[in-house]
Ligand binder design. Structure first.
Ligand SMILES: C[S@@+](CC[C@H](N)C(=O)[O-])C[C@H]1O[C@@H](n2cnc3c(N)ncnc32)[C@H](O)[C@@H]1O
Length: 424
């Protein structure tokens, strides 16, 4: 049985066995979407976008391509503030290089945790006054230098005699001018909750869990800390959240952490797992996958673990245990020359090649209906080719696909397109 659910990127069919479930049909979902599809006016306001520190300029470049009349500027490390114009055609915009989008963002200055709690809590109570449905609260700080730092620290620690890492050495310290720590965000959350307990207990009953799939009618409240004492408050009700579904993540700060898997041939497995999580569909038992550029085999490893059958194409073989797996067929050859004899459930492609070649390969697979779903990375050299993504976004939107296209938490200088062919 298949069910429908909304996750990052919007509509999709859901295979059984997953935790995301919803009972509405796609048609019912579309009826929900359509009345709001032209609601452009709410976009005439300040937006804030978070990104990995160092990616601000590339994000600004993309925002200028997506919203040509917008005014964008770096507001802090890992933050871009945007004034969007109602004159820009909006539709369902797709911004790949942001981690999270905060629509109608209000700047907040708060010197202490309790001041943050008050500032956010009061706005939240006022903003959700007439909102009876579910809502979620994301409080987040700097992009995952913590996660990367932690992983690095963890790896380093393993090779060193055990010694606690001093707080001041943490890449995620909570100094007044420094990056914003997880602990601070947690304490602000607790302050907001305690304000709600005193003033609006009903809101505690309808609050949902961050990182779960969206519920019907769910509003998103975000508190994004640019520094310990400054940041943004954003409240986004469902119509706008659906319209912005390719820029807004249900994961706090748009960050998806994937636990290490020591059995995987390389860390590349995390990209596929993250893409599955964000799109809300996992490769499942009995499905067929073509894995282009598959060596050493981390994506194939994930697919095989899920019980799928894999045709792996590369110039180099995969790790020996994967090559010996009866559910895997290895074809040594050129990924670009391969055509599947019949439609497969998943196209997986992580080939290192010029971005335009990968884009054309994906378009051929979708146009030829050679795959039902796809997860493809597009890798860049330097930062001069991101504009190639704009025609692809438009093409995907017109090609009968539901997709997300974004730089994943586990991507380096690459973006991932994951989606489903929905018509034709
Ligand atoms: C980033 S690695 C893929 C990693 C893989 N997804 C995994 O999870 O282990 C890129 C692969 O693309 C392969 N590749 C590059 N050009 C190719 C081509 N034209 N045909 C087949 N494989 C190609 C390389 O040999 C390399 O193994």
């Amino acid at each position: 049985m298949q069910r429908n659910a909304l996750f990052e990127g919007g509509l999709r069919l859901e295979a059984t066995g997953l935790r995301y479930e919803d009972t509405k049909s796609d048609a019912a979902r579309l009826r929900v979407l359509k009345p709001h599809a032209s609601s452009l006016k709410p976009l005439m306001s300040q937006f804030a976008f978070s990104c990995e520190p160092g990616w601000e300029d590339r994000l600004i470049g993309e925002l200028q391509r997506v919203f040509p009349r917008s005014a964008n500027a770096q507001a802090a490390e890992g933050w871009v503030a945007s004034q969007l114009s109602g004159d820009d055609p909006i539709g369902t915009p797709c911004v790949a290089l942001c981690a999270q989008c905060l629509p109608r963002a209000e700047s907040i200055i708060a010197e202490s945790i309790s001041a943050w709690g008050q500032a956010a809590g009061q706005r939240l109570i006022a903003g959700l006054e007439g909102h009876a449905g579910p809502w979620r609260l994301h409080v987040f700080g700097a992009y995952p230098s913590l996660e990367k730092g932690d992983r690095h620290l963890a790896a380093t620690r393993k090779s060193l005699p055990r010694r606690p890492v001093a707080r001041s050495q943490s890449p995620f310290s909570t100094g007044a001018d420094g990056a914003v720590g997880r602990r601070r965000c947690q304490l602000i959350r607790e302050n907001v909750d305690s304000l709600l307990r005193k003033r609006q207990r009903r809101l505690l009953r309808t609050q949902t869990v961050a990182d779960e799939p969206w519920k019907d009618g769910e509003a998103l409240v975000q508190v994004g800390l640019a520094t310990a004492a400054s940041g943004y408050f954003s409240l986004c009700e469902e119509p706008l959240r659906l319209q912005l579904r390719r820029m807004i993540s249900p994961f706090a700060g748009g960050v998806v952490e994937i636990e290490a898997d020591r059995q995987a041939p390389s860390r590349a497995f995390a990209k596929l797992v993250e893409a599955e999580l964000r799109f809300g569909q996992r490769i499942s038992a009995g499905q067929t996958c073509v894995d282009l550029g598959s060596s050493p085999g981390s994506w194939a490893y994930v697919a095989l673990k899920r019980g799928a059958r894999v045709v792996a194409i590369d110039r180099s073989p995969l790790r020996a245990d994967l090559m010996a797996n009866p559910a895997l067929t290895f074809l040594r050859g050129d990924a670009f020359a391969f055509r599947p004899p019949e439609t497969v459930d998943w196209l997986l492609c992580d080939v290192i090649a010029f971005p335009q070649r990968i884009i054309e390969l994906l378009q051929s697979w979708i146009a030829g209906r050679w795959c039902r779903r796809f997860c493809v990375t597009i890798k860049f050299r330097g930062d001069s080719e991101y504009s190639l993504l704009e025609p692809l976004k438009a093409w995907l939107a017109g090609a009968g696909t539901e997709f997300i296209l974004r730089r994943l938490t586990n991507n380096k200088n690459e973006v991932t397109v994951v989606g489903e062919v929905t018509t034709g």
